[in-house]
Design a protein around this ligand. Structure first.
Ligand SMILES: Cc1cc2nc3c(=O)[nH]c(=O)nc-3n(C[C@H](O)[C@H](O)[C@H](O)COP(=O)(O)OP(=O)(O)OC[C@H]3O[C@@H](n4cnc5c(N)ncnc54)[C@H](O)[C@@H]3O)c2cc1C
Ligand code: SF4
Length: 814
């Protein structure tokens, strides 16, 4: 016969213990649960969003009543099922309505009770606490009938209650006994910033102020303070703290101090009785956040399953506030003392504040407001006790500044290591999420929540989980619309067209259109350039480029400007030039009366205002001076920007200029789905701005960091770190392989940034970094295609009169 396990307290910690137990010993116990609330198991943390109208009660259910049925658990729930007695001798519990259950093991998870300020009037109608669904119902009801709320308590819970009531349309004043909000989590500076942004949202504050009475007769009418002042209120929320709920345990003779005293196995002083959650005092500490309680739940389940190897040794906690739009993070001891040091950044105008407390070069505590993207990283360093002296000068700038030159916050997920914790509540690391997504084929946030529990508790890691999903799945995630056809001329998608071109060895645009039954005889301005590119990419040796299927700039090999003249940019390898080249440019500018000579953002010289008929002459003369087209008009490689690097710069660790020249010489002329830019920086100071390029290379002491998918266009995107390599040969191999993958798989007119966002960085890494054979094959195909690509179009047109008629003014033709 199975042993009997009884759980008292159907809340977050108790039921989590059952879940853990069912995972490791599903058939060990007959389980009975007593809960004093009339529901299944719900996510208490999300009561704040329910109050704020951002979620419904249904949405916060963790395990509905059917879950108990499905798992063979007997659930007694409702006020009348509150357990009022434990008969430890007979190993039996008795509920208020007389229901009983016997146990072999008992689990106490009775949570906490909200603290009620002991002042006259605290029991008047209209005075509520903020702990359960019933309280939220009361507040929502009151907000429909009343206008003025006073929330007593400027801590986490009070502010969440105040925010919720405000969003329900009430005028809300927060009364706090201290002069700093959330003083247990924030210092004065961060508290002041928080107050300012809450005031900007319309919240009022009355602080410091000590409540001495709640006034009213049939219903609350106001609050009185120690200095005699009063505030009008028709709803008063008490959110001044919680006390472990130990009455029942105490009454049953179980040893309690502030909480039910439990050891490292979560056993109370009665070996048949375990305890988890807020009711517990472990090593002198009681916790009021779910992350430690869930750790307790895991250990407790291990012992209830009689496995007996897990130990709970206490937790470090961190805090975030669940008020949408307010970023706040706090962990550890952020106050410090004479033995600690502080590093502080404050930019009040931007609402940003960051303080890190160090002791012996280890993080002791952190408080951040406004920019909390690195909170998880600091917390990890703190928990691991990492010695930060090696990167102390970068510490405040966050993880992104370490060996990952200039990453934006949005790429944080991609740069996190697998062992880094993402969901603090449930202790889920990045690796677990990535594994679940890839191995179980998950696509939605809900699926990830179900499989990993990440983001299923307080929800503050949801953004990060989403980032991880999108870095793994690319466009597969976020319910991207189904792939669109190339254009109105066909129902086929870009990928289908590319596939057919390869499989059927199609060698011309009409062939493709015939084979795929195009709806229009000659296609349109959208599909023709795309097909031209796809054919060129698939069959570099065989396909004959169709100039008429190119946009005007590519047809005339110059950029058309707003007055109808053109601009011409000769290539300057790696941004380096010579006096002879400069003389050539100057002579051309003089000879053709070119009005503007300008240095471009990509370190080349632009000759602006060239008449169309002068283009062949300009090219011929530039060619004579040894210069070729810079393809500034091309959907192809444009420039490789470089810094001066090791040769000249005091900081340079590698010869970035030589690397840039070499890469440009090898990659120029290659047609791509869109323009493609590269840059090489000689050290992480990154003067060539490589981290906003399609392919960026940053030298570091040990070699090179390779970055991909950046652009500095309308929507600036910092690159993703692809990998680090040590040799120049590797840089080239990875660079060519990346370019070829982009050439072969991106849709025409996709720049690398949207392409990577669509396919996912993980995919690109898998093809370029993890698959060495595949990488080499891509490289080979790129090198092969370059044999046919490195033709200077200026030279062709200027010397061989190719398409000469294009450049003759209309009045002369004929
Ligand atoms: C509004 C709100 C917001 C919060 N936000 C966060 C947050 O963002 N992050 C975070 O980490 N934590 C947050 N918390 C705290 C978190 O919800 C608690 O730490 C967690 O729920 C405690 O779990 P527990 O199982 O110990 O207690 P509970 O979840 O409270 O469960 C205890 C249950 O036991 C029942 N019970 C008690 N005595 C008996 C009895 N004799 N018989 C039968 N049933 C009994 C109670 O009715 C209750 O349902 C928040 C809490 C609240 C109220
Ligand atoms: S990136 Fe480094 S090496 Fe290059 S110029 Fe700047 S400081 Fe010098």
């Amino acid at each position: 016969m199975k042993e009997k396990l009884v759980l008292i307290g159907n809340g977050m910690a108790g039921v989590r213990t059952l879940e853990e137990l069912l995972k490791i010993a599903p058939d060990k116990y007959d389980i009975t649960v007593f809960g004093a609330e009339p529901y299944g198991n719900y996510n208490r943390i999300l009561l704040s969003p329910v109050l704020a109208g951002e979620k419904t009660i249904d949405q916060i259910m963790l395990n509905d009543k059917q879950w108990y049925v499905d798992n063979g658990i007997t659930l007694h729930c409702g006020k009348e099922k509150e357990v009022v007695q434990i008969d430890r001798r007979k190993r039996k519990v008795i509920a208020s309505d007389g229901t009983t259950a016997e146990y072999d093991f008992l689990l106490l998870a009775t949570g906490s009770n909200p603290f009620i300020v002991p002042v006259p009037g605290n029991d008047l109608p209209g005075v509520v606490t903020f702990r359960d669904i019933h309280d939220v119902d009361l507040m929502l009801e009151a907000s429909k009938q009343h206008q003025h709320a006073v929330v007593i308590g400027g801590g986490l819970l009070g502010l969440e209650a105040a925010n919720g009531l405000m969003l329900q349309g009430m005028s809300v004043t927060v009364v706090h006994i201290q002069d700093t909000l959330m003083e247990r989590q924030l210092d004065k500076a961060a508290g002041a910033l928080l107050r300012k942004s809450l005031e900007e949202r319309g919240m009022h504050f009355y602080m410091p102020a000590q409540t001495t009475a709640i006034i009213g007769e049939d219903r609350v009418r106001g609050v009185r303070f120690k200095d005699g002042s009063e505030l009008y209120a028709d709803l008063v929320v008490m959110a001044v703290g919680i006390r472990p709920n130990i009455e029942l345990a105490k009454k049953s003779g179980i040893h309690c101090e502030r909480g039910i005293v439990a050891n490292d196995t979560l056993q109370t002083f009665d070996p048949r009785v375990y305890a988890v959650g807020e009711c517990v005092q472990h090593r002198g500490q009681a916790y009021g956040l779910v992350a430690p309680l869930f750790e307790q739940a895991k250990v407790c389940a291990n012992h209830l399953a009689h496995l007996g190897y897990a130990r709970y040794q206490g937790s470090m906690t961190s805090t975030k506030l669940k008020v949408t739009g307010i970023d706040l993070f706090s962990a550890g001891d952020f106050t410090g003392d004479e033995t600690t040091e502080e590093i502080v950044i404050k930019d009040a105008a931007r609402g940003m504040y960051k303080k890190i407390v160090l002791k012996d070069n280890r993080i002791h505590g952190a408080v951040m407001y406004g920019d909390t993207v690195d909170g998880a990283w600091y917390f990890q360093l703190m928990r691991d006790g990492t010695d930060i002296s090696a990167f102390r000068d970068h510490l405040m700038f966050g993880e992104s500044h370490l060996g990952d030159a200039g990453h934006g916050g949005q790429n944080k997920a991609a740069s996190m290591s697998d062992s880094m914790e993402v969901c603090g509540c449930n202790g889920v690391c990045k690796g677990t999420i990535v594994k679940a997504v890839t191995e179980k084929g998950l696509f939605t946030l809900d699926e990830v929540r179900t499989h990993t529990k990440a983001s299923s508790s307080c929800g503050s890691c949801t953004g990060l989980v989403e980032q991880i999903m999108s870095s793994v799945l690319g466009g597969g995630y976020s319910a991207a619309p189904k792939e669109k056809p190339v254009c109105k001329c066909t129902d086929h998608t870009h990928d289908e067209v590319r596939k057919v071109i390869r499989q059927q060895h199609l060698l011309s645009i009409p062939d493709v259109m015939r084979y795929l039954e195009w709806r229009t005889p000659n296609g349109c301005h959208s599909c023709r350039p795309a097909l031209n590119y796809y054919l060129l990419c698939a069959w570099p040796a065989e396909y004959k480029d169709d100039a008429q299927s190119r946009f005007i700039n590519e047809r005339v090999h110059a950029n058309i400007q707003k007055d109808g003249t053109y601009s011409v940019v000769p290539r300057m390898w790696g941004g380096v030039t010579t006096p002879d080249e400069l003389r050539t440019i100057a002579d051309v500018a003089d000879k053709y009366k070119i009005p503007t000579v300008k240095v471009t953002g990509g370190q080349r010289i632009d000759l602006l205002g060239v008449k169309k008929e002068d283009l062949p002459g300009v090219w011929r003369d530039l060619n004579k001076g040894g210069m070729v087209s810079g393809h500034a008009y091309a959907k192809g490689l444009r420039t490789v920007k470089t810094c001066v690097g090791k040769e000249w710069c005091r900081f340079g660790t590698q010869d970035s200029t030589a690397m840039g020249i070499e890469l440009e010489k090898r990659t120029w002329g290659s047609w791509m789905p869109h323009k493609f830019k590269m840059a090489v920086s000689g050290c992480p100071r990154n003067c060539a701005e490589a981290t906003i390029k399609d392919f960026g290379i940053v030298a570091v002491e040990s070699g090179w960091e390779l970055h991909v998918g950046g652009n500095g266009g309308v929507k600036v995107r910092a690159t993703d770190l692809l990998c680090k390599v040590t040799t120049d040969a590797e840089v080239e191999e990875y660079c060519y392989a990346f370019i070829q993958l982009y050439r072969e798989e991106a849709h025409y007119l996709d720049r690398t940034a949207p392409w990577i966002e669509r396919v996912g960085l993980e995919y690109v890494k898998q093809r370029i970094v993890e698959d060495a054979e595949g990488r080499k094959a891509l490289r080979e195909r790129f090198v092969e295609s370059q044999k046919y690509a490195q033709v200077d179009p200026w030279e062709e047109r200027a010397s061989h009169d190719v398409e000469r008629h294009e450049f003759v003014p209309l009045k002369l033709v004929g």
